[in-house]
Write a protein that binds this ligand. Structure first.
Ligand code: NI
Length: 135
C-alpha cells in the first residue's frame, strides 16, 4: 500500500540496471513497474495476460508477431515515443527494443515474468525476474 506519493523521476534516478523492472506500486492484483531499457529484449509471449507499456522517456520499439499484417503473423514494429502507450495482447509474441534507450512503465499481474511463459534463449543481460521491490 502506497501511503505517500511516488515521483517516477526520483525512482528512475536511483537505479541503473537495464531490463530489470522495479515495482513501484500495486493496484489490486497488478504491479506497476518501471524499467530502464537499452538494446534488445528477447522474443517472448505471455499466455494469460495482456501487457501495458507507457513510455516515460526516450523511445521504445516493440516488434510483434500478430495478425495485423497478415494471417501468417509477419513481424511488424510499433514505435512508442515519450508519452505513448501500447498494450500487447495476451499470447502475442513480442520483442521490445530501444536502440537509444528508454524509461518505461508497465502494468501487469503480480508475478508476471519479464520473459513470459515461452521465449527464445535468454541473453545474459535480460533479468528474468517478476520485478524487484523498490524501497
Ligand atoms: Ni512481455
Amino acid at each position: 500500500m502506497i501511503r505517500e506519493p511516488i515521483n517516477l523521476a526520483t525512482v528512475l534516478a536511483q537505479f541503473d540496471d537495464l531490463w530489470s523492472p522495479r515495482i513501484v506500486a500495486r493496484v489490486n492484483d497488478y504491479d506497476v513497474r518501471v524499467a530502464k531499457v537499452t538494446g534488445e529484449h528477447v522474443w517472448h509471449a505471455h499466455a494469460h495476460t495482456d501487457e501495458f507499456f507507457l513510455v516515460i522517456d526516450g523511445e521504445l520499439y516493440i516488434a510483434l508477431r500478430d495478425e495485423t499484417v497478415d494471417a501468417s503473423r509477419n513481424e511488424r514494429v510499433v514505435v512508442l515515443s515519450r508519452g505513448a502507450l501500447f498494450v500487447v495482447p495476451a499470447g502475442v509474441e513480442h520483442r521490445p527494443f530501444a536502440p537509444t534507450g528508454a524509461s518505461i512503465l508497465m502494468l501487469e499481474p503480480a508475478g508476471t515474468s519479464t520473459v513470459g511463459d515461452r521465449h527464445d534463449p535468454i541473453p545474459g543481460h535480460i533479468d528474468v525476474s517478476t520485478g524487484h521491490a523498490f524501497t
